[in-house]
Design a protein around this ligand. Structure first.
Ligand SMILES: *Cc1c(COP(=O)(O)O)cnc(C)c1O
Length: 361
């Protein structure tokens, strides 16, 4: 059986090199005579692996030294409540709504009865865009500003980071972490469930600026405090060792292909292949996102003739292009082309799209 091109939104494609490396050392990790799944999280091998993963993440993305990296569980969805619990205090918190995931993040802050303020929402146009800088007015003394950098479901992506003038920026980067270099100037906290751009499900990466740890209330449950995990080096309880290990292998692969800047160049080429197929189809395909807000990670489009969507998916699948069915909020198709999607997958999809349009016009 040959491997297919996996366009699923998450869990998603992983680099073949990383999978092969895991396979090669699966039964005997670094001469321990055990699998990495079996060794103690307090063994020197596991701790070494964890440290190296953090170090590589820092190096690859240029994360400044005053940020701490935590490996947590509970998915990005648990960060929707951990962020306000730990960082909001009694101050207003600003949310920019650009899709379902930002709505969910806001909802958790509301459940906690935080003073939430919606700075901007593109909900009225079914989240087809990211705001212009001029559309954003933040609360002066906000505890933080929350944005979702890539909207996995709607296929939009921020192509700049908003100037918050010192208000910590909290970013859900679950679906575009490490896909382009960023300036950490206003960044307070970044979180990402690993299963889209970083590794398998089971680990959530949190990158937090050191000074924000001082805000963490003493009376939170132990597991819900960032400080617990920071103090204990993500080893307060048993961390998801295998998932972190896989993240480490993905980082190694990313380093080998030339790092994050190189990755962005490749991602731009990959996405362009598919957007060109949409734009050159004379209306046969219609992109959901407005052009200046288009995501390089999740490409959403509908077919002019909705009745052909099932056929499109079926024929694509037969060619080994799987996972293209869109989310019900947009309908149509979605091609998720995360870091690990090879350019060959995008070429093959673009060819199929051109071909399918010609045959079914
Ligand atoms: C998938 C996704 C989530 C949810 O992640 P879980 O780890 O499943 O909780 C949150 N935010 C964004 C942007 C996502 O793409």
């Amino acid at each position: 059986m040959e491997r297919v091109f996996n366009f699923n939104p998450g869990p998603a494609v992983l680099p073949l090199e990383a999978l092969k490396e895991a396979q090669a050392e699966f039964l005997n990790y670094k001469n321990t005579g055990m699998s990495i799944l079996e060794i103690s999280h307090r063994s020197k091998e596991a701790e070494g692996m964890l440290e190296e993963t953090k170090k590589n993440l820092k190096e690859l993305w240029g994360i400044p030294d005053n940020y701490k990296i935590l490996f947590l569980q509970g998915g990005a969805s648990s960060q929707f409540f951990m962020v306000p619990m730990n960082l909001a205090g009694d101050n207003v918190v600003d949310y920019v709504l650009t899709g379902t995931w930002s709505e969910k993040a806001l909802e958790e802050a509301n459940i906690l009865k935080k003073k939430t303020n919606v700075v901007y929402s593109s909900q009225s146009t079914n989240y087809d865009r990211i705001p212009q800088p001029s559309e954003l007015k933040f609360t002066k003394d906000a505890a933080y500003v929350h944005i979702t950098t890539n909207n996995t479901i709607f296929g939009t992506q921020w192509h700049y980071l908003p100037e918050t003038n010192g208000i910590p920026l909290v970013m859900d980067m679950s679906s575009d972490i490490l896909s382009y270099p960023i300036d950490f100037k206003n960044v307070g906290l970044i979180y990402a469930g690993a299963q889209k751009n970083l590794g398998p499900a089971g680990v959530t990466v949190v990158i937090i600026r050191e000074d924000l740890l001082a805000r963490v209330p003493k009376d939170l449950p132990t597991m819900l405090k960032y400080t617990t995990h920071e103090k204990n080096n993500s080893l307060y309880n048993t961390p998801p060792v295998f998932a972190i290990y896989m993240v480490g292998l993905v980082l190694k692969w990313l380093k080998n292909i030339g790092g994050v800047k190189k990755m962005r160049e490749i991602n731009e080429k990959k996405a362009k292949l598919i957007y060109d197929a949409i734009d050159n189809s004379n209306g046969f395909y219609k992109g959901h996102a407005q052009k200046d807000s288009r995501s390089l990670m999740n490409i959403t489009f509908t077919l002019e003739n909705k009745d052909l969507e099932g056929k499109f998916d079926k024929e694509a699948t037969a060619l080994g292009l799987v996972g293209l069915k869109g989310h019900r909020s947009v309908g149509g198709m979605r091609a998720s082309v995360y870091n690990a999607m090879p350019i060959e997958g995008c070429q093959k999809l673009a060819e199929f799209m051109n071909d399918f349009a010609k045959k079914n016009k």
